[in-house]
Unconditional design. Structure first.
Length: 132
């Protein structure tokens, strides 16, 4: 049987489209986890601030107290997706882009949630509160 470019191209294109779809599903999952982590941290900091703590102190305490739930969620997700990212098991090659997208993004976003978000809120927190 002769293989031509016409017979290879549709299969390749469908495969790429399928992988991009799985990648997009992974990004959707990732965005949900990132938002959840941010809400956990900021909500607790706001509660501490309403209880009478200074903004920076509330952010520092919220980071220390909410570190464990954020890390537990992140590590459970990362370790759960590790077999897919390594290509272990049946059908793993189809789910590999999803796993890689979520593992990479969640690793970086957890650091951003724990360090960058409180720093930005410490600097701009009062201005944001005054604007409301």
């Amino acid at each position: 049987m002769r293989t031509t470019v016409e017979t290879i191209t549709p299969r390749t294109r469908r495969g790429v489209e399928l992988l991009l779809t799985v990648f997009a599903i992974g990004l959707t999952l990732l965005i949900g986890l990132i938002v959840k982590n941010g809400i956990i941290l900021i909500d607790y900091a706001d509660r501490l601030e309403l209880a009478g703590h200074e903004r920076r102190e509330a952010l520092a305490r919220a980071g220390a107290i909410r570190l464990r739930p954020i890390l537990m969620t992140t590590l459970c997700t990362l370790f759960g997706l590790l077999p897919l990212a390594l290509g272990l098991g049946a059908g793993a090659e189809l789910q590999k882009p999803l796993a890689i997208a979520v593992i990479g993004g969640l690793s970086v976003s957890t650091l951003v949630t724990l360090f960058f978000v409180p720093a930005v809120l410490a600097v701009t927190g009062d201005r944001l509160t005054d604007a409301r």
